[in-house]
Ligand binder design. Sequence first.
Ligand SMILES: [Fe+2]
Length: 358
Amino acid sequence: MSDSAQLTSRPGVTDRVAAFTLEPAEHAVVTALMRHLAAEFPAAEGHEYLRAVALACHHLPDRLRSFLRDRRGLEDFAAFTLAGIEIDDSAIGPTPDGWGNQPDQSRTAAETTWLTLCGSVLGDLFGWATQQDGAIVHDIAPTPADEHSQVGSSSAELLWWHTEEAFHPLRCDYLGLLCLRNYDGVATTVSSLDGIELPADVRSVLFEPRFVIRPDDSHLPSRRCRPQVAAGKEADFMRAAERRIEQMNKRPQRVALLSGDFDSPYLAIDPFYMEVPADAVARAAFDAVCQALAGQLTEIVLRPGQILFVDNYRAVHGRKPFRAHYDGTDRWLKRINIARDLRKSRAFRLSSDSRIIY
Ligand SMILES: [Fe+2]
């Protein structure tokens, strides 16, 4: 079912990332779906678009849906890739200099739909009210002001490996990244605890709420572009969301880094936004898990048209540093968040069918 993954720059680690490539007949089915939806929804955003994508994903080829459902059900690979869709580099337009700056989203509507269709097989797509103005599909492209920061739009600095929204109990189950352009061969990094035997006493400590993870800077109110709604339920929700982020920054609750099954635990960790624990036992356990993850870090150079799904409960991800050109040729990804059970976040969404978490 899965092809061998020729993805990593280090030998011997390819077996940690499952890879799937469309066959010619499957390619025809997928591109027909992409084009049909892109024609109807040129912005590739909004409630009706997500509803249409969730319905249309049932028409994806059986082999592709099986591959995705097996990864979801078996939890056998912490990261997996899909390939087989080509990108017309001139048709998609230049790389924007940051999120929200793509002048014409219709130029990438079909490509975005390749990502959202596959993501919809894994679960429900959602966005954060406090990140990229509540967009469901994010742009990941370098921004001059963020060169040395620790957010997706950085470039010159190593983006430390992390769980996406590790600080938030409603973080995504899967993170989807579609590569539109990567001339410079910038490597995405992935690691997990697969195959690592952390000592039982270390795991026990990591299962205890002894650690502090603060919100990452992508959720800061200063990054908002859209003017805030002044009154009503939406405004109340937004104020409450910003208060929660502030609270998580100023008075964070201690959390466990591991959860679920003791022998095959889920993981939430973001060392850059964490405090080194003051007590020696917690600090030693923190160091041990960081060392284990760093030791298994795999580099994946995504090619245009390729999708990387990261199981956000089992894998961490990051990015190697690179020099941005800001001339429309820089690395450009589309990103989505996927929840397996949207009901868990109902108290933080305006309606049952809203996909925005406040
Ligand atoms: Fe991330």
